[in-house]
Design a binder for this molecule. Structure first.
Ligand SMILES: [Zn+2]
Ligand SMILES: [Zn+2]
Length: 619
């Protein structure tokens, strides 16, 4: 399931978004200032003040849009030359003046024609384009073009829906952070603008904390660490699809086998369905109408196919392959299907926004009377899986949206059952009214990482309609009547790519022993210790542990430094004495250079490492 993969800690990852997202880059979206709280209104106001400063310093600048975003704001500009760090300082200084002047923000409504003439007069073609789009849309709907609103402060006027703070003096401590290229309307065929990012907070203390978190996040950036730790890379042969190096693939397989072990314990059955799938399936599921733009399309022998963007509909082929009885349920199908979504290349970002990914996906078919117990069990699966990486999941219950399809009584019943399951399982949760998908209420799972960043991970969706009704799924009940099962879509890690990206940053690359691609590196002091090193490695490999020997001709201190850089949890140093006694001097990752070192017998160390591995301990 699930998907809008989100570049940073902002956008949620969920299937619903596929169907519900407003058309990207639409005029309506461009006019949304993103100001949904007092803090956001201040952030968006700072964007206006920044645009004022840029126009003052660079007359002739063409203005794109400037919404509030998580932690700050940006504004897109078309300038005659690239901005430099020194420019950002001048812009900040000019912004300080505007804040000191405490200009009030004044809203004015203008007729469409008046607005168009005004921005054409200012030579602001992007603003004119937004107004023209609104006019075209109104005409298409045979509606009158609504008046536009502009916000004015001091010398600056912008086309804007608001809201804003009362005056520029209300804008808190801010800092401009970076400049990045951004296509106008996210469209690579349109001009590349310069997007200037800034952050603004209510207090200096908040700003300082944010800047610290940001610096730390930069150090932990999974794209950087991915290369440094030799985990994965990207190549323009296949944009948005990771090339997994051996070490990264080991992390992948370790996570996958932990989940497989849990799933087997819980009675899941693994299935595998085709990647290239006829359009006929997507017509039936509704994806062809609603999601085609995000699908890779293939033609062959006169038939249209696509690479599957999700596994859901195909699981029904297996469900329907035989007659199902009430005794067969619950039926839990899990699948590690390779999914492809045709994200625009401009939006791709590391592992968090990709074109190809694999989820720990499952579709569970239950009778209505089994739903509560199944949800309870799922919540406990989620808590267990996140405990392996030392994270505490938080839950949100998203209820029926206005545009829900299906029988209202069924919705009510499903919501009652989910609520009861949440209460019984004793997990804490918040409610997100009307935030369910159009076919299902759902439980969203969030975590906060080591930097306090919130990530939405996966969801548990209780689907009454999409799979059960569109694919006419049935089972025979105790009285011989046909009944509809309920389908639960669930992924716990979500996309493995995104999950690993988040974990790399959360652990700053220092994975817990059970997940580390290399758990121990054996360091022979001299070449004459190589055979002994090989023997020790064999002992550990024989216990199923992941170990490497550093057989290079580097000096011991260099080998240790290299292992530290690769964040290997244990370094096992072997010299004459150790080999003689079949022991190793054990150095822990991150230990100070002069920290006391233990010397352990090979078997004793193997026992210790095996226990840490098995128990999935997180230090
Ligand atoms: Zn699904
Ligand atoms: Zn505004």
């Amino acid at each position: 399931m699930a998907d809008d993969q989100a570049a940073a800690a902002d956008e949620p990852e969920e299937e619903a978004a596929l169907f519900e997202a407003a058309e990207r880059g639409s005029a309506d979206e461009l006019l949304d200032a993103g100001a949904h709280s007092e803090l956001d209104a201040m952030r968006h106001s700072a964007a206006h003040v920044m645009a004022e400063a840029v126009l003052a310093l660079f007359p002739g600048t063409k203005l794109g849009i400037g919404p509030a975003i998580a932690d700050g704001f940006y504004y897109d500009f078309e300038l005659t030359r690239p901005l430099t760090p020194a420019d950002l300082e001048s812009i900040e200084a000019r912004m300080d003046e505007s804040v000191a002047a405490d200009h009030p923000f004044v809203r004015r409504e203008v007729s469409a024609d008046e607005g168009r003439a005004f921005f054409a007069g200012l030579d602001q073609p992007f603003k004119v384009e937004i107004l023209d789009d609104l006019a075209t849309k109104a005409a298409a709907e045979s509606a009158a073009m609504p008046p536009a609103s502009v916000y004015e402060h001091g010398p600056f006027v912008d086309l804007c829906k608001g809201p804003h703070v009362a005056s520029t003096g209300r804008i808190g401590p801010f800092k401009l952070l970076a400049v990045a290229g951004a296509y106008w309307r996210g469209d690579e065929k349109r001009p590349m603008l310069q997007r200037v990012y800034g952050t603004v907070w209510a207090t200096q203390d908040d700003l300082d904390q944010y800047l610290w978190r940001r610096a730390e996040a930069k150090k932990r950036d999974h794209r950087r660490l991915g290369l440094q730790l030799d985990l994965f890379s990207f190549h323009d042969y296949s944009p948005g699809s990771a090339f997994w190096h051996p070490r990264g693939q080991r992390i992948w397989r370790t996570l996958e086998s932990a989940m497989r072990e849990l799933q087997e314990r819980r009675g899941y059955q693994e299935i595998s369905t085709p990647i290239v799938v006829s359009r006929r399936l997507w017509d039936k599921s509704g994806h062809w109408d609603l999601y085609r733009d995000n699908m890779f399309i293939i033609e062959s022998e006169g038939e249209t196919y696509s690479l599957k963007p999700m596994n859901c509909p195909e699981s029904t082929v297996i469900y329907r392959s035989k007659l199902r009885s009430y005794r067969d349920l619950p039926l839990r199908y899990n699948e590690y299907g390779r999914l492809h979504r045709n994200e625009r290349s401009g939006t791709l970002s590391g592992l968090t926004r990709v074109r190809q990914f694999i989820q720990d996906d499952a579709h569970i078919f239950v009778r209505p009377d089994q739903l509560t117990a199944e949800i309870e069990a799922l919540l406990s699966e989620v808590r267990e899986a996140y405990s392996w990486v030392g994270l505490e999941p938080r839950f949100a219950f998203a209820t029926k949206p206005d545009k829900a399809i299906g029988d209202p009584a069924l919705w009510e019943r499903a919501e009652e059952l989910i609520h009861a399951a949440l209460m019984r399982s004793g997990v804490r949760f918040v409610e997100k009214p009307k935030d369910g998908t159009f076919y299902a209420p759902k439980i969203d799972i969030y975590i906060d990482d080591a930097l306090g960043r919130e990530w939405q991970m996966a969801t548990i969706q209780i689907d009454l309609v999409m799979l059960p009704e569109r694919f006419d799924l049935t089972y025979i009940d105790e009285t011989g009547q046909q009944q509809r099962p309920i389908a639960i879509h669930r992924a716990i890690y979500g996309s493995l790519e995104r999950f690993i990206g988040i974990l790399v940053e959360h652990f700053a690359g220092a994975f817990p022993v059970w997940l580390a691609p290399v758990q121990a590196v054996v360091i022979p002091i001299a070449d004459r210790h190589l055979d002994g090193a090989g023997e020790l490695a064999a002992v550990l490999r024989g216990r199923g542990l992941r170990v490497e020997v550093d057989g290079s001709d580097n000096r011991m201190q260099n080998k240790i430094r290299l292992a530290q850089e690769l964040k290997v949890p244990y370094m096992l140093v072997l010299g004459d004495r150790e080999i003689e006694a079949r022991t190793a001097t054990v150095r822990r990752r991150g230990a100070a250079r002069d920290a006391a070192q233990e010397t352990l017998a090979w078997d004793e160390f193997a026992d210790r490492l095996a226990a840490e591995d098995r128990e999935r301990r997180v230090e």
